[in-house]
Design a protein around this ligand. Sequence first.
Ligand code: PEP
Length: 250
Amino acid sequence: MRKNILVANWKMNLTRNQEISIVENVLPNISSQITEVVFAPNYLSLYKIGKMCNNYENVKVAAQNCSKTEKGAFTGEVSAEMIASCSADYVIIGHSERRTYFNESNTELAEKVNRALENNLSVIFCCGESISQREGGGHFDWIKQQLSESIFHFSVEKMEKIVIAYEPIWAIGTGKTASTVQAQEMHAFIRDLLNEKYGDSIAESTSILYGGSCSSTDAKDLFAQQDIDGGLIGGASLNANDFLAIINSF
Ligand code: PEP
């Protein structure tokens, strides 16, 4: 049985106090239907928010990024080991904003995933196509390439620690959500790829999340799809009530 997971990705939007206030409001109101809620605060709040969530078995904490390098003279970088030392559970790797603004390639992302897994962190690995790729019909090949070049070389044991997030770039922060048909079709495609590469057990146990302007309006329909196991939520997670409404869609 795979986990239903909802991730709040706050990006670079909130101060530490604003993040703490959302967590304070969300924690006592999480419905029992959802198997896991994950907060992805900025690095500076990671430790504090991890502590706040400590007593909630189904609440986890994620960093939004990690360095591809183990350690050393890389001013401003944060290593997977440092993240693990803050008792974080996950790292988000491969978000389209990192791919676009920081030129992170599939190969570099593979290194980051490796670093995270080496440090016993789980990974939320993002993939997604641009609007021109979708309109040109190349979206399936593109997703296959992203997954093949960044994660499909890992062993079964390592794959067990990876959650995949399908996030069409044209839907992120645009208010334009993928239709349930578009999202389910891509999620089923990704599950088929997992099956081909790793067999039935990994395909059936890997959570595949949808991300891209998901709100309480469309969450219920999206999460009712057979291969959609939750969401990576940006804008709608910046307010406790909006995020709770999505949590309660399960
Ligand atoms: C995201 O950035 O992962 C995301 C899904 O953002 P939004 O929900 O704002 O589209």
